[in-house]
Design a protein around this ligand. Sequence first.
Ligand code: NAG
Ligand code: NAG
Ligand code: NAG
Ligand code: NAG
Length: 296
Amino acid sequence: MLARAALLLPALAAFASAQSIPATASATDLELINAQYDNSGLDDQGNAGFGVDLEAQAVLSVVYPSFGLVQNGNAYTADQVADAPEIFVTPSNSTAAWFNETSRYTLMLADASSLGDPDTRGNYRHFLANGLTGAAASGANLTFEPVDGTVITEYTAPGPIAGTGPHRYAFLLFDQPSSFQAPSNLSSPGVSAAPWYVSDYVAQTGIRLVAASFFTVQNGDPTGSVASTEAVNTATLAASSAASSGSPSGSQTSTSSAPSGSSSTGGGSNAAGKSVVSVAAGLVGLVGLVGVAAML
Ligand SMILES: *[C@@H]1O[C@H](CO)[C@@H](O)[C@H](O)[C@H]1NC(C)=O
Ligand SMILES: *[C@@H]1O[C@H](CO)[C@@H](O)[C@H](O)[C@H]1NC(C)=O
Ligand SMILES: *[C@@H]1O[C@H](CO)[C@@H](O)[C@H](O)[C@H]1NC(C)=O
Ligand SMILES: *[C@@H]1O[C@H](CO)[C@@H](O)[C@H](O)[C@H]1NC(C)=O
């Protein structure tokens, strides 16, 4: 643990000024994330999305060593997301009790392909860990890091095939029921990244989606037509009218929900099929550098 903390220090210092991991989540923050998730088509059934609804109970902050905090719906290059991020969970005052010492979490990174161009093989599993622990911190800042647990699939960096449009990647945090049992073929470490269906895994295990952070990565210009999504109008969020005026997070992030098109920088600097498997040290305290696998 000591070594891990020391290794992370320079990186943390580098992006400390750019990141803003909140101290608590407001009802508006959570509704905005739900709306962005739906607008990105991530709740769509089958292989069009993950087929799982989000009712966020916390803000999920994904902090990559290369640039800092992921903004939902923004486009990043494959290089920017090559190394595993650090993950933080920030409940609201009213949901903090649900993140306690007995809570266990499943965390995954999955690819829903580009909007309007689903992958016929399903979603793609880029990371999977379960049995993670962590409780809301006490005091004014409720943020905590989910730790320990079992890493089933090591972090396998996004590297979409050239021309397939802006792929939608999401870190998904689930609350595990006390009866949780991992499917037998996904119960021990060392399972490669591969296509699967998030909704099947959710149905099999009874886990509940409680937080998500999502972004896109694109490799070259799309060769087919790709749908784009609309920005969330924060004024339409139910919690907005109840919240005090000038909610900074609400208005700030309202423009960042268009995953495709607008802010894409192409990501084409990365060769097709490139993949990087890296250490998820900051995430689960696991150390070990693994080989390179073919992936999407
Ligand atoms: C809350 O705590 C997290 C993790 O301890 C920290 O990174 C973040 O900066 C804090 N946020 C605020 C607003 O103080
Ligand atoms: C702890 O959190 C779990 C959900 O993660 C919940 O089922 C349980 O009731 C909570 N316990 C307390 C004492 O709030
Ligand atoms: C959450 O609780 C903290 C400390 O208990 C308090 O300072 C803060 O105002 C509360 N926030 C909301 C939105 O109720
Ligand atoms: C695990 O088993 C299920 C059927 O129960 C199958 O659909 C899946 O492809 C298998 N492999 C992985 C890695 O999920």
